[in-house]
Write a protein that binds this ligand. Sequence first.
Ligand code: AMP
Ligand code: GLY
Length: 421
Amino acid sequence: MKVLVVGSGGREHALVRRLSRSPGAEVYAYPGRAGFKDDCTVLGGDDISPKAILNTASRLHADLTLIGPEGPLVLGAADLLREQGMPVFGPSQAAAALEGSKHFTKVILTEAGVPTADYRSVRTMEEFESALISIGLPAAIKADGLAAGKGVVLVRNEGEARSCATRFLVDRELGAAGRHLIYEEYLEGEELSLFAIVSGENYALFPAARDYKRIGDGGTGPNTGGMGAIVPVPGISGGTIESYGRLVFPPVLAELSRRDIPYRGILYAGLMLTDNGPKVLEFNCRLGDPEAQALLPLVNEDLLSRMYEAATGGWIEGPVSVKRGASVCLVLAAEGYPSAPVKGETLPGLDLVPAEGVDVFHAGTARAGENWIAAGGRVLNVAAGGEDIEDARARAYEAAGRYRFPGSQIRKDIGMPGVRG
Ligand code: AMP
Ligand code: GLY
């Protein structure tokens, strides 16, 4: 089976490596990156518009196309391929609005009766003032549309709230993405990421993951795309995950079906575990990055055939089967990340074979002559399996030491007990 994986980050590297192990799989990455070459055929290129994806999949006669990042999904890439009768693992534009529009998400959650933070929809400064009074402070202000990680601002007082609303609504700092806001009650608790493979109203859960969003140890400093991830989350049993899954997925998927929006692909629910039970913070229409790099090496089943079933609307049943033990993924980021990553540093160690149970994924690397160099913010991901989080963490840090490069940033506390993301 010819499988086309769209994307070029560490998540897609983990996907191509996993899928290449499925029997009969012939895996291609578009655009991919040079560092994927041992796991698949790298097609190269720089255009991941829906049209370019359609052209690539058609030329290749792909039997299955799997779209990694949210951008093309929210723009309708899956619809374009499906119109041509091509199986796609990834939601339609209407279904991907669960990530592309925070307002749509709130409406679906409310209609489905799934717990989420109380909110008001805000399009003008007058509506903002009344939301400020009715929801109060602290609060989360969220741009409706995709904003590359800049669309959620946690505000503590009136000054911060008003300044944020003005920047988004009046100054149009985020363009059209910030024309419509959600003003949301602030929730306290631990966060948890739930991932499911979804086919219509059926779903199969992966084990839960935790990611670490801040650049600095102890959860300090600016937000990043994610500096590490662990699977499973200590203290959260398989039974608890099943019960959280039942709280969120069946009602949301039923509500989508009622609206004639079948979901096919990964649905990722970000939960806050509050004193009043779990509440949905957000949905994403794809796997998390770097959660996927911790999760996929643990999978112990033929993921490709399950993804194909979901892509073609077949029956799937969970949970996804995983090996015993745990996995920890560390991100090696460039100096200056997240604001201004330094590119071009030479990366040592990449031609060596990693130890048993260790995966090294290329997230932001490039080939320059004989060398690998840094070419992005999050450069490398080092994931290690172990008997438990402590064991996996020790193995991951030991392995990551080999790949440090000048100026590289790595959190030292991924997977340590009591550490916040
Ligand atoms: P989102 O993209 O909606 O998940 O928001 C990004 C991050 O902002 C989340 O992972 C949380 O850490 C935080 N956040 C979002 N909404 C809230 C909320 N209502 N209360 C507290 N923190 C929040
Ligand atoms: N690691 C968080 C995300 O992929 O959105």
